[in-house]
Design a protein around this ligand. Structure first.
Ligand SMILES: C[S@@+](CC[C@H](N)C(=O)[O-])C[C@H]1O[C@@H](n2cnc3c(N)ncnc32)[C@H](O)[C@@H]1O
Length: 308
């Protein structure tokens, strides 16, 4: 399949509206290159300036980028949406559409993906890179292919940090929407005894199976091609789901029935704005909020507990 890469160059104020338009047009994920945010981070000393090219830091516009499966209507729908946004904000949005073939799309991002440390002990290592582990580090080797779950997205990182904190030896886990398998593999390497990792996307299931084998955790992790809504009754000490706010709300009651008493559910894929409604759904499903992680990009991850 061929893909289109769409880039919109515009003012910071339009960023969210463009990201929303991309979602409306059906993309799975958006990259926002925001030099204003980069400059603020550099000024406050919490981002290593030398990791970013000067050409990026000095820009006076943001770039919003996403990939779409080839569709002959995509450009006209994009133009329509951009005209709406330009009118609303009184700002100009320039755009560029480029063809990307599947092979390039699957490989081009690799040059941006390097080993990264998460939490106290976890290291996510791309399968094509060498990494010399320090004592005590837990290295997870990932080739995400076409599946979500490199560890670079805030929601995956939050889930990994919480998994590191909540997984204990011999636990049973369910990973809803495993993507690349990253969360399930981390749990296995941290000592969980049995993990069912499921995803309704067959491509993700294939990628997750390969990553499970690559990490030698096949005995602990079973990968199922299944929609969680159809999952048969299973007991788990911990359930993790990096999904969407809508799905978390919908699935919360079923998740609760599958947890042992006192068991935890780690959820992410929720934005700060969506959180109050998700919190209400969690509480009405019988969960108590234990802890919340949040970042300035507005993503939220939460740990809730089944009390009774
Ligand atoms: C945001 S990705 C998360 C991937 C990975 N767990 C991570 O944290 O990076 C969400 C995944 O959930 C899967 N998914 C969405 N709805 C689902 C459902 N009802 N049952 C199972 N998987 C689902 C999607 O196919 C996708 O792979």
């Amino acid at each position: 399949m061929n893909w289109k890469e769409i880039r919109v160059m515009t003012d910071e104020a339009c960023g969210e509206a463009i990201a929303g338009l991309f979602h409306e047009l059906g993309c799975g994920g958006v990259v926002i290159e925001d030099p204003y945010l980069a400059r603020r981070k550099i000024e406050s000393g919490d981002w290593d300036a030398y990791e970013l090219p000067l050409e990026f830091i000095n820009r006076d516009f943001i770039v919003i980028k996403a990939y779409f499966p080839e569709d002959r209507h995509i450009t006209s729908r994009l133009i329509e949406g951009l005209e709406r946004i330009e009118k609303c904000f009184g700002l100009e949005c320039r755009f560029l559409v480029e063809d990307v073939n599947e092979e390039d799309w699957a490989n081009c991002w690799k040059s941006y993906y390097h080993s990264l440390k998460i939490g106290k002990r976890l290291v996510i290592k791309p399968s094509w890179e060498d990494y010399r582990a320090e004592p005590g580090e837990v290295v997870i080797e990932i080739d995400p292919g076409m599946a979500f779950g490199t560890g670079t997205h805030a929601t995956t990182r939050f889930c990994l940090e919480l998994i590191e904190k909540y997984v204990s030896k011999d636990m049973t886990l369910i990973d809803i929407g495993t993507g690349s398998g990253i969360l399930a593999i981390a749990a296995a390497k941290l000592g969980a005894r049995r993990i069912i990792a499921l995803d309704l996307d067959p491509v993700a299931v294939q990628v997750a199976k390969e990553n499970v084998a690559r990490n030698g955790v096949e005995e602990q992790v079973e990968v199922w091609n299944l929609d969680f809504r159809e999952m048969p009754e299973t007991r788990a000490d911990l359930i993790v789901g990096n999904l969407t706010a809508e799905l978390v709300k919908e699935l919360a009651p079923k998740i609760r029935t599958m947890l042992v008493r006192g068991g935890h559910f780690i959820a992410s894929g929720i934005t700060a704005i969506q959180w109050p409604l998700v919190e209400a759904a969690m509480e009405s499903a019988g969960f108590t909020v234990q802890e919340l992680t949040e970042n300035e990009e507005e993503w939220v991850a939460v740990v809730v507990q089944k009390g009774w």
